[in-house]
Design a protein around this ligand. Structure first.
Ligand SMILES: [Zn+2]
Length: 148
């Protein structure tokens, strides 16, 4: 079976765009779940590949979903992440018969993982957390009141 992540160059040689619409499993990108970061399959990729003189150009939208604990209440929540208009380019002289998109998609995906998430953009438990943060702030930053 043909690898979905491989772009075959000979198919692009007659000036044709190749449409890319696929579902990729995280394991196909060698991405593994962590204790506090769950990847929910599959990743959707949607775009095209084409040649511009001696360069392969791949233009993709990537959509995927992760689950991470809310920074405040620690309940796991789902977050959909969209990467719009990712461009991958490679000189044809560097390509034998196909280009493997795996590393590029993997890196683009990992870079977009937020460092934290909060449920519904505003955790219902945030009020309690705010009080707590305020108290902490006063204790740690004795000059924080100077502006007032
Ligand atoms: Zn929460």
């Amino acid at each position: 079976m043909q690898n979905k992540l491989h772009i075959l160059i000979h198919r692009l040689k007659d000036q044709k765009d190749e449409k890319i619409v696929d579902k990729i499993l995280f394991e196909e990108l060698d991405i593994e779940n962590e204790k506090e970061l769950i990847f929910l399959d599959p990743i959707q990729i949607d775009g095209k590949a084409y040649l511009a003189s001696e360069t392969l150009i791949i233009n993709l939208n990537i959509t995927f979903t992760i689950s991470m604990p809310c920074i405040i209440c620690e309940k796991f929540i789902k977050q959909e992440i969209e990467i719009k208009n990712l461009y991958i380019t490679e000189e044809l002289t560097n390509i034998k018969t196909y280009f493997d998109m795996k590393d590029e998609i993997r890196n683009a995906t990992l870079v977009q993982i937020p460092s934290f998430v909060e449920c519904m953009k505003s955790c219902p438990e945030r009020q309690n957390a705010k009080k707590y943060f305020k108290k902490e702030a006063k204790r740690n930053f004795p000059f924080s009141n100077l502006k007032e």
